[in-house]
Design a protein around this ligand. Structure first.
Ligand code: MN
Ligand code: MN
Length: 464
């Protein structure tokens, strides 16, 4: 046996992929960039995903024709489940790819608007969502996305800061000249949540009798444009996200730089894999979960009942038993990829990884047996048999893959929705794209890894 047949080595996509494959990877990345630009919030992602599904012949399971094999359901406009029924009965087990569609961001507080006493500026208070390094979000262009629901139930979509000519918003950081005290603080204290206020506007209204003329003027502008009043903020979901489009990165354009690769990269590749899957024996399914970044809570998160509810509907649609017993057995027969990103080695901070067990950008989709912290606390830890099976089908389909853990033991940790889906008794493994600069306003992924992730999910649907 040759030595290279005995050893395990990662391989670089750009070294091993054919020229045609490399071109496909670049083209795929162009479509992905458009997806990123359209989908900056969970709601926007679900809206676009539904459009894509409908275009590809999927029908809402509640109103679908009885012979339709491509079905989907949407939960509260922030979570989605879609499936293609395979040749075998659904109860033989489903192949599920499950990414999340929420992303770290800066939400507006429910009562956000105030007039700053020192400057008169109209300001918005914020409350960050998910694990962000607060200082990274200061003094950078932000766009406002979200919904306001008026008391008559009318839903108003708001997007400010993405079109040419739109204003953007800034939470100004402190200038270095006067930051002597800030420099002495540790990074988590240097910018406090209370410092993360956005300047909304700086022109007062003309009426001199009005008490807070700057705040009043801001409210007038909002009312003119959207017909909303201050009380409408109380129920609104308004999110500040980095403004602007995803871009190619690097001289060779080998990467995509943008906001929200975690976890839109797995959402996009899962959706593309589902609509391009051919001849699947088993039923293929995607589950887009919300709220992963804050612990998967709430009725749109992975702790919700969407998957089980949909599986019961799917059994019913396929004229199989859909009682609790058969739903449980179906889930035990099911295989799940928890489709989330992993931390690829950042060449500026390599010390947090252990090279042989880390993800390297450009070396393919990452398979992760367990996540968690310290002694694997909070990990799903995929079974050896299932892990070996995934490696085998990827090898047979020439998917460029690598094995990767999150980082050095005891330097931190993190988790995915894997353990929540494993509650059903299904086989579950983490598998997704490596990201550099995760949870920052501008994350990086390799176009080779992006394309490999798509191929991996498609192979999983067709062969697992
Ligand atoms: Mn994630
Ligand atoms: Mn995350």
């Amino acid at each position: 046996m040759k030595i290279q047949d005995l050893t395990y080595q990662k391989s670089n996509f750009w070294k091993i992929a054919t020229e045609t494959e490399q071109k496909k990877a670049f083209k795929f990345a162009d479509e992905y960039k458009m997806f990123l630009n359209e989908c900056k919030t969970a709601r926007e992602t679900i809206t676009l995903a539904e459009e894509v599904l409908k275009k590809n012949g999927f029908q809402n399971i509640e109103t679908a024709k009885s012979d339709c094999k491509k079905l989907y359901a949407i939960y509260r406009r922030k979570s989605l489940v879609a499936a293609v029924i395979g040749d075998e009965p659904v109860s033989k087990g489903i192949n599920i790819v499950a990414p999340h569609v929420d992303t770290p961001r800066v939400d507006l507080k429910q009562s956000p608007l105030y007039e700053d006493k020192n400057t008169g500026m109209a300001m918005l208070r914020t409350h960050y969502y998910g694990g962000i390094k607060k200082y990274q979000w200061m003094s950078m262009p932000l766009a406002l996305h979200g919904v306001v629901v008026k008391n008559n139930g009318e839903l108003i979509n708001i997007t400010i800061g993405e079109e040419d000519g739109d204003p953007i918003f800034i939470m100004p950081d402190l200038l270095p000249h006067l930051a002597a005290d800030q420099y002495k603080k540790n990074v988590s204290e240097a910018v406090k949540a209370a410092n993360m206020n956005v300047i909304l506007s700086t022109i007062p209204c003309k009426d001199e009798k009005v008490k807070e003329a700057f705040k009043h003027h801001a409210l007038m502008l909002l009312n003119e444009k959207y017909g909303i009043r201050e009380a409408d903020f109380l129920s609104a979901e308004l999110e500040l996200v980095p403004a602007g489009k995803a871009r190619d990165a690097g001289l060779d354009k080998s990467m995509v730089a943008g906001y929200g690769h975690d976890d839109r990269v797995c959402s996009f590749t899962a959706l593309e894999a589902l609509i391009n899957t051919q001849n699947n024996k088993k039923t293929s399914m995607v589950f887009f979960a919300d709220k992963e970044e804050i612990g998967s809570e709430g009725n749109t998160g992975a702790k919700g009942i969407q998957v089980i509810d949909f599986v019961a509907d799917l059994l019913k649609a396929n004229k199989e038993e859909y009682n609790s017993y058969n739903v449980r057995k179906t889930m035990i027969n099911t295989q799940i990829i928890s489709a989330d990103v992993n931390a690829a080695i950042n060449p500026n901070f390599p010390q947090v990884h252990e090279k042989d067990n880390a993800v390297v950008m450009g070396n393919g989709v990452s398979i992760t047996k367990f996540t968690g912290a310290r002694g694997k606390a909070g990990a799903n830890d995929a079974n050896a048999e299932f892990t070996a099976k995934i490696m085998d089908i990827f090898n047979k389909d020439k998917v460029n893959w690598q094995f990767g853990a999150l980082g050095q033991v005891d330097v931190g940790g993190g988790g995915t929705i894997a353990k929540l889906l494993a509650i059903y008794g299904s086989e579950v493994i983490d598998c997704g794209t490596g990201v550099v600069g995760m949870h920052s306003p501008c994350e990086l992924v390799s176009k080779g890894d992006l394309y490999s992730t798509f191929k991996a999910y498609k192979t999983f649907f067709e062969k697992a």
